[in-house]
Design a protein around this ligand. Sequence first.
Ligand code: HEC
Ligand code: HEC
Ligand code: HEC
Ligand code: HEC
Ligand code: HEC
Ligand code: HEC
Ligand code: HEC
Ligand code: HEC
Ligand code: HEC
Length: 426
Amino acid sequence: MTARLVPAGLVLAALAAWAGVALAQPKPPGESCVACHLEIGDERLVKPVKAFEGDIHKAKGFGCVACHGGDARAAGMEAMDPAKGYIGKPGRRQTIQVCGRCHSDARFMKQYNPSLRVDQVTEYATSVHGRRLRELDDPKVATCANCHAVHAIKPKSDPAASIHPLRVAETCGACHANATYMAGYKIPTDQLEKYRRSVHWKTMSVKGDLSAPTCNSCHGNHGAAPPGISWVGNVCGQCHAVMAELFAKSVHARVFTQMGAPGCATCHNNHDIQPASVEMVGLGDRAICAQCHAADDKGGQTATEMRALIDSLRREHAKASALLERAEHAGMEVSQARFELNGANDAIVKARAAVHAFTLEAVKKEADAGLAISAKAHARGERAFAELRFRRNGLAVSLAIIVVLIAGLVFKIRQIERRPKSRNAG
Ligand code: HEC
Ligand code: HEC
Ligand code: HEC
Ligand code: HEC
Ligand code: HEC
Ligand code: HEC
Ligand code: HEC
Ligand code: HEC
Ligand code: HEC
């Protein structure tokens, strides 16, 4: 219970009277709140009314009273009588209670959507946002209203929602990329800019693959906290399970923890993650290993050997693939061999992933399998060309025979043609 912002009992007691009215009755048609606010025309009062037209709560039959309290049937200012439960504009801490009143109530929420989570308030309380709000009354951290665009709240499946995967980065960036707003905090404000350069954002925004991560995939929806050194690997491992498993058992997992280095992010960065390439392995200019290893240490030697293995695998695969392609163009039947060569391609993928075990054996195991497949495919390609040569030679011989036969025939025909002519003439 201590994790909660306010003991649940207290919230319930304080809100019981109003809850009884608000929860039991969906919005009556034609709220006085809406009519009067529109009539007054003050931008601050009108904006919530207009935005609310597209809000999920409106769609579910709730009105202003659901969050602000008051009496929507009273036409005058008495609609906003605190005696009728009116709370005005909720303060930041109060907002958590206002939303939590329904969203933490499993029984209530089940009536609408049994699959919806009801842990947002408790999760939020564990986040840096929630802790700073509770402990320091920090006026700048995110509350439910900030991330969810209060009055225009939409489910995440709605492309216009502030929490739609394609829009989350912008929503978090509204504060985190605003250097003026974040001045006074000791954290960088480059996360959005870097994220926008990453393979993850490109996969999501260009390829439309919404399974790529955005801010909340790595930081949690409501538990927003820096992943922390000890569990960065777990964050990435949600999606990159093979690498995470290999890495966890590797020598690096142990030494990086001792060094205070953040697991995967040590080599890949956190926000600015770029597509991987074999150039990252080894001790070359673009090799990551070279940041910590040199040619005369064991890690450096292993890095160079790993790279040589992957390179030779790629070379042999490419060679076999090119040969089979030429054979196919020449009209030879090599489709089975081309199919089998896919196995070598899989081996390349596996060998590159196996880098994360950081032992030569792991890479060698995959590379050997791939090299064997490539060699077999290459042999098949060579056989196909040998066959082709044999057929071509056979063809040449039969052509020669045919030419000789035709020549003989022509000669014979000429002879026959000449004979009767000479007889007639004579
Ligand atoms: C007769 C007109 C009228 C009616 C009816 C009315 N309001 Fe208001 N409301 C106002 C005016 C005027 C203000 C601005 C008062 C101020 O700034 O102090 C206001 C301000 C507010 C504010 C902002 C308060 C703040 O602290 O900044 C909220 C929230 C609000 N109204 C909600 C409601 C709700 C909910 C209802 C219906 C139950 C409602 N209003 C009905 C006229 C009305
Ligand atoms: C889902 C809950 C919810 C509903 C429904 C809701 N509001 Fe609000 N409203 C809030 C919260 C939370 C705030 C405080 C926002 C903030 O902290 O910036 C707020 C703020 C306001 C303000 C103050 C705006 C300002 O800039 O100072 C007004 C006015 C207001 N609401 C009017 C309304 C009216 C009118 C309706 C119905 C059409 C309505 N609200 C429906 C939650 C709600
Ligand atoms: C009166 C009860 C009530 C209050 C107060 C309330 N909500 Fe809701 N909210 C609901 C209900 C009911 C739904 C519809 C759930 C559904 O059918 O999926 C909903 C839906 C949502 C959704 C969409 C969920 C989804 O993905 O389907 C979000 C986000 C949300 N509310 C956020 C908030 C926030 C933020 C606040 C406070 C500013 C708030 N709610 C206040 C009852 C409430
Ligand atoms: C730091 C931003 C942030 C804050 C603060 C925040 N939310 Fe969310 N919320 C999100 C995101 C992002 C999602 C979408 C999750 C997803 O894609 O699955 C979400 C999803 C939801 C949903 C849909 C169901 C779910 O849990 O996935 C509800 C309901 C909700 N939030 C309510 C709240 C309430 C209530 C609060 C305040 C206690 C709150 N949120 C605070 C960002 C936030
Ligand atoms: C309303 C502004 C605002 C929004 C929106 C917001 N944040 Fe924050 N966030 C802050 C502030 C202020 C801090 C406190 C900075 C600090 O920790 O010193 C913070 C802290 C954090 C931290 C902890 C940083 C650290 O190392 O201490 C993380 C992680 C974080 N936010 C992630 C997110 C994510 C992810 C989203 C979107 C889903 C988001 N925030 C939306 C204002 C915001
Ligand atoms: C692929 C996962 C991932 C994504 C996506 C991601 N982050 Fe991070 N974020 C991290 C990791 C890992 C750290 C650093 C943890 C450490 O060093 O302890 C971090 C650190 C942070 C911090 C702490 C300050 C800092 O820069 O070190 C903030 C704030 C933050 N991220 C906000 C965001 C925002 C906003 C977005 C979206 C624009 C985002 N993150 C997207 C993984 C991610
Ligand atoms: C010591 C440095 C290092 C660490 C730590 C590391 N990686 Fe890698 N990672 C690499 C290198 C080098 C490559 C390039 C391999 C290649 O493309 O041949 C790579 C490639 C990848 C790829 C692309 C794989 C592919 O098939 O091209 C993914 C995904 C990946 N890493 C995820 C992770 C995850 C998740 C973690 C943490 C569990 C992690 N990495 C930790 C160095 C590292
Ligand atoms: C929500 C799922 C998800 C999370 C979490 C995630 N990724 Fe990714 N990652 C993807 C997807 C999807 C792609 C693009 C498709 C692909 O190439 O696998 C990708 C691509 C990559 C690539 C480029 C792969 C390549 O083939 O070039 C690297 C490297 C990478 N991620 C590393 C990380 C690291 C490090 C983390 C943690 C800080 C992380 N990812 C967190 C889903 C995720
Ligand atoms: C951030 C620094 C860092 C990076 C980057 C890094 N390593 Fe290491 N590595 C270490 C440390 C520290 C050790 C343990 C001390 C040692 O043996 O040198 C280690 C150990 C190793 C070992 C075990 C050596 C032994 O003694 O058995 C291998 C193999 C290895 N690394 C390979 C690699 C490869 C391959 C890469 C690039 C993909 C790489 N490392 C990138 C820091 C790093």
